[in-house]
Write a protein that binds this ligand. Structure first.
Ligand code: ZN
Length: 441
């Protein structure tokens, strides 16, 4: 086979990845609400100030919690990454999989077994740090779960991981075997479809495995929330309550799914809050629903995943990378479909997820701020909004002063102080009285 023939599929894969990533970057640059509260502000925008809105005791507790939860969080992140890289980018993973799948003949079973072995190993590596984190959450009263129940959750989540990864990998290897050179075109399309289908099905397939959901009981709160949704022009069939208190004391609400699976869910822990505060939280969720944030995030995410699959097409056929991973260097041909390559694929996907997370968080924080602006517009009540944000930050023990790395890695929402400052800015813009300082209330 002549050299240019072997190179052509790799050039196309590189081009496909470049075009799709450029498309994602363009869409994000153009559609992310970089300034969620546009307009002139008399007296200027209000700067976040933790000391103004949180007492020294609240700040000290949050700092202590941050210091206690960081070591297991970082250790788990680094060790997990190290193990997946060693397995994928040295011959160790291929050797482990040859041994583990030696007695299995059929390739789909070999791929499935490889997935189960690797994902279980990775979960076991991070398990001690998970137990450590869970202990810290118990110490601070955030977790209400005993260790056996927590372990049962971990087992269930591992089972979900097995199913998702096995389906993805078996489909990937089927394409690899059938179309050794251009498998990634079909895989990119398939991955796009699977991400969209997964996000659609998630609220009705996965969420019920972990929580029970019931409609918010009839009463003034429900009537009030449904009429607010109607006033907002968002068709909401129901507001669901999740039995989150079986796990946590944290307060939360969210929107998941889209189309016929879209739902607004509030944690049962939130129901003891004063009704105006619950209304403020639901108004934020209506902001997500009205903008179709879940569908938008799903489509952009699916496009990025498709680009990632093209990049995988390029990397998986790299003779250097394959040699490094202990695989037959191949010529981008049939040798690519060796089930031992699952370790390399897993490593590349995990690295891609870690690279993408800071960008996802950056965009998420702006989208969350836009939902906050929506809540302020809809309720016209910055005072209650600020009180609720204060309560959320204190109950969930949010980090009042996240450093740059913590912001990058973990922060999907603006900080409590930032959200309260936004309420004050909104009040100035609308000549409303500004929420008073909340520290020591
Ligand atoms: Zn939100």
């Amino acid at each position: 086979m002549s050299e240019p023939d072997a190179r052509r599929p790799r050039l196309w894969a590189a081009g496909c990845a470049a075009v799709l990533f450029a498309a994602v970057a363009g869409v994000l640059a153009a559609t992310t609400p970089w300034n969620p509260l546009p307009g002139a502000v008399p007296g200027g925008r209000v700067r976040p100030d933790s000391a103004l809105d949180f007492s020294s005791a609240e700040l000290a507790r949050a700092r202590a919690f941050d210091a206690a939860i960081n070591p297991p969080a970082y250790a788990s992140l680094l060790l997990g990454l190290a193990v997946v890289l060693v397995l994928g980018l040295t011959p160790l993973g291929a050797r482990l999989l040859r041994w583990a799948t030696a007695r299995v003949r059929r390739w789909p079973l070999r791929v499935a077994l490889a997935v189960v072995v690797l994902t279980t190993l990775l979960r076991l590596v991070s398990l001690p740090f998970g137990i450590w984190s869970h202990g810290t959450l118990r110490d601070y009263g955030l977790s209400t779960q005993a260790l056996p129940a927590w372990l049962a959750d971990q087992a269930k989540s591992l089972a979900v991981t097995w199913v998702v990864w096995t389906v993805g990998m078996v489909l990937l290897f089927a394409l690899l075997r059938r179309f050794p050179r251009y498998w990634w075109t079909g895989a990119a399309l398939g991955a796009f479809a699977l991400v969209v289908a997964g996000s659609f099905a998630y609220p009705v397939v996965v969420e019920p495995m972990f929580n029970d959901f019931r409609p918010l009981p009839a009463g003034t709160l429900r009537t009030d929330l449904m009429s607010m949704a109607a006033r907002d022009g968002v068709p909401v069939k129901d507001v669901l309550v999740a039995d989150a208190s079986r796990r946590t004391t944290a307060l939360n609400a969210y929107v998941s799914g889209f189309g016929s699976t879209r739902r607004i869910v509030v944690y049962d822990t939130l129901l003891s809050s004063p009704p105006p505060q619950i209304r403020s939280v639901v108004a934020h969720e209506l902001g997500h629903a009205k903008r179709g944030d879940v569908l938008y995030g799903t489509l952009v995410g699916a496009l990025a995943v498709a680009g990632g699959v093209c990049l995988l097409g390029l990397l998986l056929s790299s003779p250097r990378l394959r040699r490094r991973a202990g695989l037959d260097p191949g010529d981008g041909g049939r040798g690519t479909a060796d089930p031992r390559a699952v370790a390399l694929v897993l490593a590349l996907v995990v690295v891609a997820m870690h690279v993408a997370a800071p960008l996802e968080n950056l965009v998420s924080r702006r989208i969350e701020a836009r939902a906050d602006a929506h809540a302020l517009d809809l309720t016209g009540d910055p005072g209650t909004f600020a009180e609720m944000q204060h309560e959320l930050a204190v109950r969930n023990i949010d980090d009042p002063g996240p450093n740059a790395l913590e912001r990058l890695l973990w922060m999907t929402h603006p900080s409590g102080a930032e959200r309260i400052a936004m309420a004050r800015t909104w009040a100035r813009m609308h000549r409303h009285s500004e929420p008073p300082p909340l520290a020591g209330r």
